[in-house]
Every structure is written in C-alpha cells, then in structure tokens.
Design a protein around this ligand. Structure first.
Ligand code: ZN
Ligand code: ZN
Length: 303
C-alpha cells in the first residue's frame, strides 16, 4: 500500500492556537494520521501522512473547517510513513523568519505554467531559491541563485546584497510555498517592485512539469530527507569524500556535531558514518565508554 503525504499551510488569523492544537490532535488521532503540525496566531503549517483514505478524510475535515477552507494540499506518495508519530505544537510563527512582515502584501503567485513560461522566455530576471544551502545542494531550478543561508532567518542578509536590483523581475520558489510568502512580502517591503512566487512550490511544479527546469531531487523535512520529485533518479551532487555521484543525506554520527553530510556507502564505512577524523575519534571514544558502562551493568555484585 502506498502512503499519502500531505504538505499544506494557510495564513489565517487564529485567535486561540491552543484550541486548534487540541482539535488537530483529536482529528489526527481519530483518523490514524502521523506527522507534524505547527500552529500560531498567524496560521497553520503541517505535513501529515497516512493511507489515501485517511488523508482524504483529513482534507475533507479541513475544507469544512471555518478557518481552514480552501487550503491548498500538496500530495506525494511514498512506500512508507515518513513520520514516526504525530505531534502538534503551538509556536510564535508557523515558519520562523523572526522579522514581522505584512502578509497582506506578498508577491504575486504564479502557477507552474506561468512560472515555467517566464523562466523559458525572460532572460533578464532574478531567480531566487528561498531555501537553505543544504536544500539547494541536492536539487534546484536551473540558473537559480543560492542565497547560501543555513536557516531561513538569514534570508534578509541575502536581500541586502541584492539591493540595486529593485526594478528587476524577481521570481522565487521554495518547497511548498510557505517560505516565499514571507520572503516575497519582505522583499516588497525592501523596495523590490516586481516580486513573484511559485504557487505550491517545487512539489506542485514537478507534479505538473516533471523533468523540465527542475534539476535533481527535493530536500524534504521528514525521515526521507530527499524526494525524487522528477522520478528520474537524477543525481546532481557527489559524496563529499570520494566525489562519487551521491545525494542521500545523513547526520554525522558524532551526536555533538550532528552535521548533515553527503557520504556514500563505502565512505560511511571508512569514516564510521562521521563527517571528519575528529568526529570519528569522538564517536568511537563514546562507543567505547558506552561499552564499558554496559559491561559494568552486567557484572555480578561481589557482596
Ligand atoms: Zn564516498
Ligand atoms: Zn561531525
């Protein structure tokens, strides 16, 4: 059976986020969904997974909800649940930007067809990837600028560097569209006049126009880490150690480091799944200590 994964968001004024959290917990438990939902006064942002039937029922529930009607759901199919459990959290923001922006003044939404048309015809545009560096690495639109951010809160620093281009046509995109809502509103506030965003993000685009302007895979924020949205198997990056074509991320085994690394199977073996010799040493020392502690536990007390 295929698992259906939904990704969605809606900016809407939520007076009582905590009540919505309880309501979401209840409905998702009832339906048997897994996933993660963030709720704030500014709206809701979630990803849930379940059988096709389960996610269909969830969409029905949301569509009839007084606050969440007309939410756009992006769906992917997967062989397994990308989430271990379900959780809902009340946060300050549904996507952390840390700068207040006027959400009534976002950039224009382009559907995938309009977006692709401009990419193909307009030469004098600025195409911005509103995601982070590690996401860009494994897949991006051809000719897109990588802002080289580690977190979305660094995006305003990148906008600072673009000053002087206020009259140029700006196109931007992110995974499912939510980051562009804030990023585009922010750019307009900074004086950029023609700001446009991809409606429904890369997920929506690749469903309609696979194997066109998008190159490589899509980084996703669940257990899978990357999704082959073009279903082409195309790999655009390589193992950071031996340079062999490879694009599956993993975290450095040294829990103090935890860095996301692209490391092929054979280099994983050589490095004990660590990102550097230093991390390998710390990780192996930690393993030895654990082993000694466990031996102690099984020792029969003398008296
Ligand atoms: Zn390698
Ligand atoms: Zn490390």
């Amino acid at each position: 059976m295929k698992i259906s994964i939904l990704l969605y968001y809606k900016f809407v004024n939520i007076e009582k986020p905590y009540e919505i959290k309880l309501q979401q917990e209840e409905i998702c438990k009832e339906l048997g969904l897994k996933g993660r939902i963030l709720i704030a006064k500014e709206g809701i942002n979630g990803s849930v997974s379940g059988s096709k039937e389960q996610t269909k029922s969830y969409i029905k529930f949301m569509n009839s909800h007084p606050l969440f009607g007309k939410t756009m759901f992006k769906e992917e199919l997967s062989k397994e649940h990308p989430f271990k459990r379900f959780s809902a959290h009340v946060k300050k923001e549904i996507v952390r930007f840390e700068k207040p922006v006027n959400m009534k003044n976002t950039g224009a939404h382009l559907n995938p067809k309009e977006f692709l048309n401009i990419l193909e015809k307009n030469k004098d545009i600025i195409l911005i990837d509103a995601r982070n560096d590690y996401e860009y690495e494994v897949g991006h639109f051809k000719n897109a600028i990588n802002p080289e951010t580690e977190t979305f809160t660094e995006f305003p620093d990148f906008v600072e560097k673009l000053k002087g281009n206020e009259n140029k046509k700006i196109l931007m995109y992110c995974t499912g569209g939510i980051r562009c809502e804030k990023a585009s509103a922010y750019m307009k506030e900074q004086g950029f006049k023609d700001v446009n965003q991809l409606k429904g993000g890369v997920l929506n685009f690749c469903k309609q126009f696979p194997n066109t302007a998008w190159k490589g895979k899509l980084f996703v924020f669940d257990k899978r880490l990357i999704s082959d949205v073009n279903q082409s198997g195309e790999i655009i990056t390589s193992c950071s150690y031996c340079k062999k074509d490879y694009d599956q991320y993993r975290n450095c085994k040294n829990s103090l480091c935890d860095k996301l690394i692209i490391q092929c199977k054979s280099c994983q073996e050589d490095m004990n799944k660590c990102c550097s010799e230093a991390c390998k040493e710390i990780h192996e020392k930690h393993l030895r200590e654990k082993q000694i502690a466990n031996q102690g536990k099984h020792r029969i007390p003398i008296n």
